[in-house]
Design a protein around this ligand. Structure first.
Ligand SMILES: *Cc1c(COP(=O)(O)O)cnc(C)c1O
Length: 362
């Protein structure tokens, strides 16, 4: 069986170090907002190239906290990709703002910058970009628009730890960025975890406070905050795994190259890459008109796949008010997309088997 993602095997590579790190936290007797958190935030900011990083409870909270810290709410609009994991859009809704959906570029699956300007109104406060599947969005055009209309640029980097746009990493491309360390992400914890990166000191301090009940000093609450903290055990695990992130991403890149070189099937559309060295391949997604048939065929041949994602956000029951709207490119992607196995722990023989089986699909 070729697993879609073997989390056990991924973490087993670093098992001795992870065990020691977890033991260190238990032995310390200090479990929240301690040394491991501080060290990880310093290292992760350094890795992304930003001045600051706040550890938070998960990726959705990271995005939520950025919007909250800017004070955006009712009557404010935030532009988001129509083609994304629903968390990006939920973070906007949860703050009472209106998400304004923009269609993607069919070739990159990321938000199409040419379609943003027509959606900007006097209520627009920010553009949220998502670096979907591990490829940085077209940030230069988006930054230009943001400058022209005085908007904030919020990155959802939950699928793009370590990805580059030019010489800068994701997390350092806009005003602030949310990261998720959900176990299956390129940098994954052993549970829920997330972070915000930014170069803005005031925003950093505000988010840090809001995430800890709105206090900078214990029992002095200056904001109506929330509880969203990165715990010491997860921070210690992430500190171990961060050292290997570039190496892990390189392995993903090699598998992707091998797939793209060797999958030759006229019924399958391979992903297009803008920046070969900058893509971190959180997901290797192909498209096929008869996607469900392809998925079943691969399953029958012992190859696990997933669909990222089967239902577009505007077609979800949670967003009933949008169900009758039409975003044809987003819908086409959701009907035809399929994610093949890719991970730093995948064996060459598994990659080769996947290719052989796919090439035999008619
Ligand atoms: C995973 C993910 C999130 C949310 O992260 P959680 O840690 O699960 O809250 C947000 N946006 C995108 C694009 C994601 O893939």
């Amino acid at each position: 069986m070729v697993k879609f993602l073997d989390l056990y095997k991924i973490n087993e590579q670093y098992r001795a170090e992870i065990d020691a790190a977890v033991k260190g936290v238990i032995d310390s007797g200090w479990y929240l907002l301690g040394k491991a958190n501080e060290e990880f935030c310093k290292n992760f900011a350094n890795y992304c190239g930003t001045k600051y990083c706040v550890g938070v409870a998960n990726g959705l909270d990271a995005l939520n906290l950025i919007i909250k810290a800017y004070g955006f709410g009712t009557d404010d609009e935030i532009i988001v990709p129509a083609n994304t994991y629903i968390a990006s859009i939920l973070s906007v809704s949860q703050n009472g703002c209106t998400p304004v959906l923009v269609e993607p570029d069919i070739n990159t699956y990321n938000i199409n910058p040419d379609l943003i300007e027509e959606k900007i109104t006097s209520k627009t406060k920010a553009i949220m970009v998502v670096h979907l599947y591990g490829q940085a969005a077209n940030i230069d055009e988006i930054l230009e628009l943001a400058k022209k209309y005085n908007l904030k640029v919020i990155e959802d980097s939950a699928q793009a730890h370590g990805a580059f746009s030019g010489s800068k990493r994701t997390g350092n491309l806009g005003d602030a960025s949310g990261f998720s360390f959900y176990p299956g992400k390129n940098l994954g914890a052993l549970g829920d975890a997330g972070a915000v990166t930014t170069n803005n000191k005031d925003l950093y301090e505000k988010i840090k406070a809001i995430a800890n009940y709105g206090s900078k000093e214990k029992y002095h609450n200056i904001y109506k905050g929330v509880n969203s903290r990165l715990d010491e055990i997860q921070a210690a695990v992430l500190n171990v795994k961060l050292k290997y992130l570039d190496n892990d991403n390189n392995k993903r890149r090699e598998i992707s190259k091998y797939y793209r070189k060797n999958i030759k099937n006229p019924n399958i559309i391979l992903p297009q890459v803008k920046n070969e060295d900058g893509h971190v391949w959180h997901v290797f997604a192909v498209r096929a008109e008869r996607r469900d048939d392809l998925k079943k065929y691969l399953e029958n041949n012992d190859i696990q796949t997933l669909i990222h994602y089967p239902i577009a956000p505007h077609k979800q029951q949670a967003y009933k008010e949008w169900n009758s709207l039409s975003y044809p490119i987003t819908e086409q992607i959701h009907k035809t997309i399929l994610s093949l196995p890719i991970s730093p722990a995948m064996e060459k023989s598994e990659v080769e088997k996947t290719i052989d089986v796919i090439n035999g699909w008619k």
